[in-house]
Design a protein around this ligand. Structure first.
Ligand code: BGC
Length: 799
């Protein structure tokens, strides 16, 4: 049977290839010269089916991508850019060029080397999404996007597979590092800024993973039950903002199901919401191997199936022939792909150089990383280190082997990474050489003994090395010949699996706790200071140990320049201005989704689905119900009075800011209002402040969270004593909640509190306005109705 299928497929491919290889015929319409409708009319059914199914690169340099598929690659695909994730099919006779897609989102992911070619093709590893969101600075994020987009262009790629837009529903999601925030406004604004930056280089982006892909466990089969309100307000809103404000060329549907339907097979999601409600103009591609039914995917508006296989092409041809797929639907899918292809650099014949400005881009990576690191604790201004501190004792493996980003498709093949100790050296500090020798010997020896020690293939990356265990005598010895201590705690995670609420992952393990305790105590006993650096991609537990050190810097995973950026903050070259865009709870059990993350497996006869991308990955039928509804992140903590360890929007600076003079343009709201406030640098060091605007809305028809972020502004660098007046705009949409009973965004009437804060718990200025009567702001299509009854958390209930 398999042989017959393969033969049949090869003949289909043959027809496509033979047709497509024909030399341009002057009688035939040509893409770019003739209207797209004419090109579609001239395409054979086989060509159309060939175009909407990705052309898998039979390319060894692409690592594991596609290699776990059971179907063989049809014909040797051209390796247009080695290590790219996928390509579309070329049809020469009609002037249809291929398009090349490569990951994303922390930088371009291609192969750094190419066979016998002596040149290298490294890309810049920029800071991860979680760090970029902590800058609260869309302009800066755009400049990162511009640099990234330039690498996409100059390496001959057409579309980068990013940015990652999913909400941090739970701190354990293994891919949170790729995503921005628990809040849709931040995620949406950052996503839009990133898209604008990348696409300014005339290359495309793919917003992913649309939508509600908030866990990696059983990612290919997880059915996610969510209310329409939670979907619209939390899980879709960031995508909407990025789509309407960024206009990405493409969107990538996710692996999971929403309310019983694969997202890639959902007309509600891909046609009603994405196109009718939001006006998206580009095309949608699947995640790699996502969904099951290619015909349903075409009908839903999932125009391109990646990375593509022969069964999908055959199924589409058959469905058109037997009338189960209207050819006009297929034509529309093709048309959308061609419309974007017209914009692509490969179609335009751009002569890419393979030589982007890696040095210039590294500078942008360094600056962005420093702007998104968050100072969590700074007792008695331990940081920045003063002139009396010259020699640092650097504890912790990741002081020597920094983690620049997460694993999986979000990893970047970079030329180098700057470790923390190198960064300190570059900024003029010396490190304790004895301690350095202990660590580097240990790391080299352990790694040498573990060359096979990967946790399940390239996509999953290398298993971290256990911390070097130092006894108290060694630690005491270091106190005498060092001026201060740094203790680095590292964590990594990535595609295909989630993190766990265990020691060594969400929690520190016993030795890490011990290290922080004994190093801090030993240094403090001699009047010296100890600072913890968190080199992590997602949230960890901090409450049990944060009292011990003098300072804590959340460095996140800062890309290839991470060590330099940390040193820039430690030495005071940069005054930290990042704030967390995701909550650090006191304990995992406080997280509103703790009890049901990542969902439960269902006992059925359904087969286990192989995961296309992660070796040995399998997805069992599973289900999760988002019972916390809209109460995600700070919306939950603030409404239910659960005190976090570090709240949403929190971050310290080396200076202080005062807030004054809050003014609303009117005491009564009609359709728009402006809110202004003065921010003054009242300390002694130049710095930037992020001001956050929250509202507390009246609850008439719908329950409301105690706080909702509705605006944020980062000031320019303010000199001591300098002030800046910042302005926010509120419109009727920004006040609105989604009323499922009428499928519309509505503003409840009554008194709205406007709260301007330095964090979600540090509100500095407050005022109010009134809305006289209910406003129906925008009607939406009735879509994605849950198939099961979801009993959602309400403020009147206890969790
Ligand atoms: C990931 C996507 C990625 C794609 C191509 C998938 O497994 O989920 O984020 O873009 O592979 O590498």
């Amino acid at each position: 049977m398999k042989t017959i299928l393969i033969l049949a497929f090869l003949s289909v491919i043959n027809i496509i290839v033979c047709n497509s290889q024909q030399v341009n015929n002057s009688n035939l319409p040509q893409l770019g010269k003739d209207p797209v409708s004419k090109i579609v009319a001239a395409m054979t059914l086989e060509e159309k089916a060939g175009l909407v199914v990705g052309y898998r690169a039979a390319n060894p340099a692409s690592g594991t991508q596609g290699s776990t598929q059971t179907t063989p690659a049809p014909v040797p695909a051209p390796s247009l850019v080695q290590g790219a994730a996928g390509t579309t099919f070329e049809i020469k006779r009609l002037g249809i060029t291929p398009m090349v897609f490569a990951d994303g989102p922390a930088g371009l992911r291609i192969s750094p080397t190419r066979g016998n070619d002596k040149n290298t093709y490294y890309c810049t590893a920029f800071p991860v999404g979680t760090l970029l969101a902590s800058t609260w600075d869309p302009e800066l994020v755009s400049s990162v996007g511009k640099a990234m987009g330039n690498e996409v262009l100059e390496y001959g790629v057409d579309v980068i597979l990013g940015p990652g837009m999913n909400i941090h529903r739970n701190p354990l999601c293994g891919r949170n590092f790729e995503y921005y925030s628990e809040d849709p406004l931040i995620a949406g604004k950052m996503g839009a800024a990133m898209v604008r930056g990348i696409e300014s280089q005339k290359v495309g982006t793919s917003l992913k993973h649309f939508a509600a892909n908030n866990a990696e466990t059983n990612r290919n089969s997880l059915n996610t039950n969510i209310s329409e309100r939670a979907l619209r307000e939390i899980y879709l809103e960031g995508f909407r903002i990025a789509i309407q404000e960024g206009q990405p060329w493409t969107v990538m549907s996710s692996y999971n199901l929403i309310n019983g339907v694969y997202t890639s097979e959902s007309p509600d999601l891909l046609t009603n919401i994405l196109r009718k409600d939001w006006g998206f103009k580009g095309f949608v591609m699947t995640d790699w191997g996502g969904g099951k039914d290619p015909v349903a995917q075409m009908k839903a508006g999932n125009d391109l199936l990646m990375p593509g296989n022969m069964n999908q092409i055959q199924a589409i041809i058959k469905a058109v022939k037997d009338g189960t797929l209207d050819v006009n639907i297929l034509n529309k899918n093709v048309e959308r792909i061609l419309n974007i292809m017209l914009l692509s650099p490969r179609f335009k014949g751009y002569a890419y150089t393979n030589k982007p400005d890696l040095i210039g881009h590294a500078k942008i990576a360094r600056q962005a990383a420093a702007e998104g690191m968050v100072l969590l604790k700074n007792t008695k201004n331990v940081l920045p280190f003063g002139a009396d501190i010259k020699k640092i004792a650097a504890f912790g493996n990741t002081s020597y082997e920094i983690i620049t980003g997460g694993t999986g498709s979000g990893d970047v093949n970079k030329a180098y990474s700057i470790s923390l100790v190198e960064g300190l050296g570059n900024d003029g500090l010396s490190v304790n050489q004895d301690l350095m020798t202990l660590y580097t010997n240990y790391l080299n020896l352990t790694r040498a003994g573990r060359t096979q020690g990967r946790t399940g293939g390239g996509m999953r990356g290398r298993r971290p090395i256990e911390e070097l265990v130092l006894n108290q005598d060694i630690i005491n010895g270091m106190v005498n010949n060092s001026d201060a201590a740094i203790i680095t705690i590292g964590r990594n995670s990535g595609e295909g699996s989630d993190r766990k609420n265990v020691e060594g992952d969400f929690m520190l393990n016993e030795y890490e706790q011990q290290l922080i305790k004994s190093v801090s105590a030993a240094f403090q006993a001699k009047g010296k200071k100890a600072v913890v650096i968190l080199n992590i991609g997602g949230v960890i537990e901090t409450a049990s140990w944060k009292d011990l050190p003098d300072g804590i810097l959340l460095a996140w995973q800062g890309g290839q320049e991470c060590g330099n950026s940390i040193a820039d903050i430690i030495t005071g070259k940069v005054n930290p201005s990042g704030k967390i865009a995701t909550t650090f709870p006191v304990k995992y059990e406080d997280v509103p989704s703790a009890a049901d993350f990542p969902g439960k497996e269902i006992q059925t006869q359904q087969p286990v689905v192989p995961d296309q991308q992660v070796n040995s990955g399998r997805s069992r039928p599973a289900e999760v119900t988002y019972e916390e509804g809209i109460y995600v992140g700070y919306r939950y903590y603030s409404t239910f009075n659960v005190k976090p360890s570090y709240e949403f929007g929190y971050g310290l600076s080396y200076t202080n800011f005062t807030y004054s003079n809050l003014k609303l343009s009117s005491a009564n709201f009609s359709n728009k209002m402006t809110v202004s406030v003065d921010i003054k640098n009242s300390g002694n060091t130049a710095g930037k402040e992020i001001a956050e605007l929250y509202i507390t809305a009246p609850s008439v028809k719908l329950d409301k969270p105690a706080l909702e972020l509705k605006g944020f502004v980062k000031t320019r660098l303010l000199q001591p004593g300098e002030s800046q007046t910042i302005t926010f705009t509120l419109d009727s949409r920004s006040l609105a909640s989604f009323d499922t009973s009428i499928s519309a965004w509505t503003d409840d009437p009554g008194k709205y509190l406007v709260k301007i804060g330095a964090s979600s718990q540090d509100i500095r200025q407050e005022a109010s306005f009134t809305l006289a009567k209910e406003l129906i702001v925008k009607k939406e299509t009735v879509s994605l109705t849950p198939k099961v009854k979801i009993i959602e958390l309400k403020p009147t209930m206890q969790k």
